[in-house]
Design a protein around this ligand. Structure first.
Ligand code: SF4
Length: 407
């Protein structure tokens, strides 16, 4: 496969340290999606793979003069590795990056192991690792999707972990909540049930889906639109925009800032001419790379919803470097900003803000190339962006009028 020259370095390294999970969530892209590569991979990243990966991250940071690198510990459920393994892994990363770059570690977990194993939080605290916890709103909504393999819901266990984290001595490690949007749940009730755990930030995630396998509620969308959505008169239902707009109004209209909501903050920043730090919206070049438990180097794992092998690069930490990965065409395609979008999105007035949505959500096996079309959430993204834009314009106009009156 031809390699392009390195364009941009990676700054985020997502390490799949444990490939199995203690939950069996019905929407999980790891186990329930098209790509089933987890079946052939080791349960846990071997110490030699950790060592090699840490050395390569340090080499990459040194080569590019990066002041800081972000390592995300992911799974499956990463905390299944246990405290001793975790301490060794974090010490290996810390040692490799000592004197090279500042290491920021985040662990993305369902939280259950934090209460089952009291040895985990002190280790995470020692290495200043931040903890993001997945919680899908109310107990009913969470337990509809996030279940134990035997069918029992997991909300009570996750809530216990969150209380221990939010109200206990490790509060400073609590990064926030991840919530997958379920349009069957009440949006305000969902938001307020998340707020009850006092998160610094909430990530509202659209369920993964493509034009081939649409997400819940968008089953009528078998083909992309011929034109970018018109303003003000959606030609298709927009259940996700309707849900998110309701949350936005509740959040934005609160008398004081209750928490951050990343999706809304990113869209607002982009509407005001800034850049995004999320893959979900905007045209910021991708800077995240995944290392699987067996050391293979992959693209973002949301691509598992597209087709078997979709995140693959053919590279691994034993034979390749992250510089080679960054120069791989798969990453290069997602570092080209507007030029990397297909013709429909390029012609869309919202392109700089929407960015065609999450790359995986553009997958359409009938398109050539298969990721060149708009997002399966095209109409929802358009309606949400227009709504937030209208609110911001209204506020700016009010502010200008108030300043005019004060003169
Ligand atoms: S996916 Fe986004 S950028 Fe592309 S046409 Fe739809 S709204 Fe516009």
């Amino acid at each position: 496969m031809p390699m392009h020259a390195t364009r941009l370095p990676f700054r985020q390294f997502l390490l799949k340290i444990h490939s199995r999970c203690n939950l069996a969530c019905d929407y999980c892209y790891m186990y329930e999606a098209a790509d089933q590569s987890w079946r052939d991979r080791p349960r846990r990243m071997a110490p030699g793979t950790v060592l090699k990966t840490a050395a390569l991250i340090a080499e990459h940071a040194r080569e590019h003069g990066l002041p800081e690198v972000n390592v995300v510990l992911h799974g499956g459920e990463p905390l299944l590795v246990g405290p001793e393994y975790l301490a060794t892994l974090l010490q290996t990363l810390t040692g490799a990056l000592d004197g090279v770059a500042r290491l920021r570690v985040t662990v993305q977990t369902n939280g259950i192991r934090l209460v089952e194993d009291p040895g985990l939080l002190p280790v995470l605290d020692r290495y200043d690792a931040r903890i993001g916890i997945s919680l899908d709103g109310t107990a009913a909504s969470h337990d509809r999707h996030r279940r134990r393999p035997d069918g029992r819901g997991s909300h009570a266990d996750t809530a216990r972990a969150l209380r221990a984290l939010a109200d206990g001595p490790y509060r400073r490690l609590y990064a926030g909540l991840l919530c997958v949007v379920d349009t069957a749940a009440d949006p305000v009730e969902t938001y307020e049930s998340l707020l009850a755990f006092a998160p610094r930030r909430i990530d509202l995630l659209l369920p993964h889906g493509t034009w081939q396998t649409p997400p819940p509620g968008l089953g009528d969308r078998s083909s992309p639109p011929a034109q970018p959505p018109a303003r003000g008169a959606p030609t298709r239902p927009t259940p996700y925009a309707d849900w998110l707009r309701t949350v936005f109004d509740r959040w934005y209209g609160a008398p004081r800032r209750e928490t951050g909501i990343r999706l809304f903050e990113e869209i607002m920043a982009l509407l005001l001419g800034g850049t995004s730090r999320s893959e979900a919206v905007g045209l910021t070049p991708v800077d995240i790379v995944v290392v699987e438990t067996d050391g293979t180097i992959e693209q973002t794992d949301s691509l598992k919803v597209a087709h078997p092998g979709a995140p693959g690069t053919g590279l691994d930490v034993f034979r390749n470097t992250f510089a080679e990965a960054a120069a791989h065409p798969a990453f290069h395609a997602r570092q080209r900003g507007l030029a990397g979008l297909g013709p429909l999105c390029r012609s869309c007035a919202r392109a700089a803000v929407c960015g065609g949505g999450l790359y995986a959500h553009r997958y359409d096996p009938g398109a050539d190339p298969a990721f060149s079309g708009p997002s399966i959430y095209c109409h929802d993204l358009a309606a949400l962006i227009d709504h937030i834009g209208d609110r911001l314009r209204h506020d700016v106009a009010e502010l200008a009028a108030a300043r005019g009156e004060a003169r």
